[in-house]
Design a protein around this ligand. Structure first.
Ligand SMILES: C[S@@+](CC[C@H](N)C(=O)[O-])C[C@H]1O[C@@H](n2cnc3c(N)ncnc32)[C@H](O)[C@@H]1O
Length: 212
């Protein structure tokens, strides 16, 4: 299902501030060389992530699902001067590519990439987060949320990507493991009195959650 009208998508991109040269190069490289390039956040969502981060001014950011590093570089744009972004990636080839771009960025000393399964890595990070971006495997979303919410500062923000899951959650009968997992995640958050949330119809759906 095409969620957002293509014309509106292009119009939105046209009137969104341009990305810097490194991000454009990373996007182009991923598009040309990666079989799952559609997973990259892209210029509009990337700018939104950067702006949310600049508003929050986080000291500690956690990203679950690095892929080729695009969203990490966007989120890092709002870090405080002594802030750090921790990002977790399961696949070595993606982690290698992301690292090569982090190394060339002005955030190279402030982005820490952890290789491995986020379910195992998150509990090892003894850190209080200001901003969390959940963007890995969909069946893990509720666990990533439950692992990070207790160690999120009061007033801190969790962002969760793909919460419309290509429109599959809009079907009367939701099919597929990932779409079902996203539906369960959306219902889980909606029923959680510890937070307030807004589901934004940006790209594939982006949920912003604030801890009360
Ligand atoms: C949608 S992509 C992330 C896109 C990236 N955040 C961006 O916007 O450019 C999801 C990534 O999560 C990784 N991933 C999936 N399951 C994971 C897990 N259990 N732990 C860590 N990373 C995982 C995948 O290998 C993939 O690179």
């Amino acid at each position: 299902m095409e969620l957002i009208n293509g014309l509106a998508e292009r119009y939105s991109e046209k009137f969104t501030s341009p990305t810097d040269a490194l991000l454009s190069e990373l996007e182009e490289y991923t598009m040309k060389n990666h079989a799952h390039a559609h997973m990259l956040s892209g210029p509009v969502q990337g700018k939104l992530l950067e702006m949310i981060s600049r508003i929050v001014r986080p000291k500690r950011i956690l990203e679950v699902g690095t892929f080729t590093g695009y969203s990490a570089l966007c989120l890092a744009g709002g870090l405080q001067n002594d802030g750090q972004l921790h990002t977790i990636e399961l696949r070595d080839e993606d982690a290698d590519l992301a690292t090569s771009f982090f190394e060339r960025s002005s955030f190279k000393n402030r982005i820490i990439l952890h290789r491995g399964n986020a379910l195992e890595v998150i509990p090892l990070l003894n850190i209080e987060w200001d901003l969390v971006f959940i963007d890995a495997d969909k069946p893990g979303y509720i666990q990533y949320y439950e692992l990070t919410l207790p160690v999120l500062k009061r007033g801190g923000v969790i962002l969760a990507d793909n919460v419309l899951f290509h429109g599959d959650v809009l079907e009367e009968t939701i099919k597929g493991k990932s779409a079902k997992a996203i539906q369960a995640f959306n219902e889980h958050v909606a029923a959680d009195e510890r937070v307030e949330q807004v589901l934004m119809t940006v790209r594939d759906g982006l949920m912003m959650i604030i801890k009360k």
